[in-house]
Design a protein around this ligand. Sequence first.
Ligand code: NAD
Length: 270
Amino acid sequence: MKLQDRVAIVTGGARGIGEGIARAFAEEGAKVAILDLDGEAAAATAAAIGNGAIGFACDVAADGEAKAGVARVVEHFGGLDILANNAGAGRGPIPTENVQFNAGVENSDPVGWDETLSQNLRTTFLVTKYAVPHLKARGQGSIVNTSSIAGITASPALAAYAAAKAGVISFTRSMALELAPALIRVNAIGPGFLYTRAWEGMATLMQSSNPAFANLTPRDVFLGIVKQGVPMGREQTPEDIGKLAAFLASEDAKNITGQFISVDGGITLR
Ligand SMILES: NC(=O)c1ccc[n+]([C@@H]2O[C@H](COP(=O)([O-])OP(=O)(O)OC[C@H]3O[C@@H](n4cnc5c(N)ncnc54)[C@H](O)[C@@H]3O)[C@@H](O)[C@H]2O)c1
């Protein structure tokens, strides 16, 4: 019970990686609040993980909603110790009109650029901004940001996303230095390939736009990419990410700050 009675916010925790983080926190004794665009799924996931977890609708890319969401958690649990800034990727299945997948920079849509930056970077900034006063009030705290291996690799097919995730790493380092005197640690995780709703959306797009994939399912396309791209030959899971997030949030990591750690089966070694 590394996080006994700690209060934790997990953004985008209704499903996928965020759900893995929320579960790992609750398993270590934390009281978890899930803030997600999908309020129904957030409440259902909170009920499933137990330990008094709550979940409600909150668009953490929207200033007023992020502020109100943090205030609601602090009111409910009486404080805040841990923030997992995980919301990101796209709004549900990636909307085709905003996707810049393999479009080439000259065909990329400025609206899609802005939306991608907002979903992945503005979200991280906003919730951090509103959470920090409450972490300071506790005399210490831990922030764990979900970046991506795309933040440290060149990814022409996903240039906006990669720039946003590199931005998350940079913001992590700046905040780690700013908040070190307040004993608030800030770290980032780089998930590799996980078959969540986000990757399912991308595999579906790849499958339908590439004639070579005509006879494959989106899952087959994903597994092919795993086979080719992951030296250890296996996909990563939300549990993998949750375990690292729980470690980084705990006292076991009390002198670790400003770090980016990949959980990718060796993808970024190449
Ligand atoms: N799946 C992967 O392979 C992978 C790899 C590297 C990084 N990531 C990152 O992990 C994080 C989680 O991705 P996932 O794969 O679990 O995706 P997912 O689509 O399965 O889940 C994302 C969740 O975040 C929520 N969300 C999105 N924008 C939000 C907002 N503005 N406010 C509140 N909630 C919001 C969604 O409603 C959804 O429940 C993202 O930041 C993503 O970029 C994923």
